[in-house]
Write a protein that binds this ligand. Structure first.
Ligand code: GTP
Ligand code: MG
Length: 195
């Protein structure tokens, strides 16, 4: 997939600010610090498109990115970050819930998990939530470069087992550092969006 254009569109704090439903969207979810912003920058090949933060939990709104005027990537706040006040967590959870259940142009979810560790309860909940609402999921295992070759397969199996992974979904070994998994990610996104 050739990226001719990739641009930040808008950040939305509530539904009235969401763009129209004319383009297919893929939503990105994952724990804070898992590498979501890096993932966006890597697959669009635009460094600095999404902010990569040393401080976890920076993303606090739904952030929409336009790709080739053909589809949108939607970055949701990283979950599992304890220092965010409970009230804020609830508001974001509600917005994400509305987005996942009501958005007509939502074609799938990219769930980013840290390849090095078994998925956390938040990850499992998010995956099962998507499955409950019949949302196809691409599980992207990030920071693959931090694992040894012989760890890749057992870690993949552990993640799939803990998630109760649906074999109709796709699992992608990914590294922003080494730019691994980019083509496979786009193949899967294009398949989901019907492009
Ligand atoms: P929040 O928006 O704060 O929730 O974080 P995020 O999920 O967007 O993560 P971000 O892309 O900001 O990356 C977090 C940290 O992980 C940064 O220090 C990145 O440089 C690092 N990182 C991201 N992807 C990779 C990767 O593939 N390999 C390695 N080694 N480090 C990575
Ligand atoms: Mg981020």
């Amino acid at each position: 997939y050739t990226i001719k254009k990739a641009e930040y569109l808008l950040s939305a704090a509530w539904t009235s600010q969401w763009p129209d439903e004319s383009l297919p969207e893929v939503v990105l979810a994952g724990r804070s610090n898992v590498g979501k912003s890096s993932f966006i920058n890597t697959i669009t090949n635009v460094s600095g498109l999404a902010k990569v933060s040393g401080t976890p939990g920076k993303t606090r709104t739904l952030n929409f990115f336009n790709v080739n005027d053909e589809l949108r990537l939607v970055d949701v706040p990283g979950y599992g970050y304890a220092k965010v006040p409970q009230k804020m967590i609830e508001q974001f959870a509600e917005m994400i819930d509305v987005y996942l259940t009501k958005r007509n142009n939502l074609k799938g979810m990219v769930l980013l998990v840290d390849y090095r560790h078994p998925p956390k309860e938040d990850d499992i909940n998010m995956y099962q939530y998507a499955k409950y609402y019949d949302i196809p999921v691409i599980v992207v295992a990030t920071k693959m470069d931090k694992l040894k070759m012989n760890e890749l397969k057992p870690h993949e199996e552990r993640i799939k087992r803990d998630l109760d992974f649906d074999e109709n979904d796709t699992f992608i070994r990914f590294s922003s550092l080494k730019k691994k998994g980019v083509d496979e990610t786009w193949d899967t996104i294009l398949h989901l969006t019907g492009l």
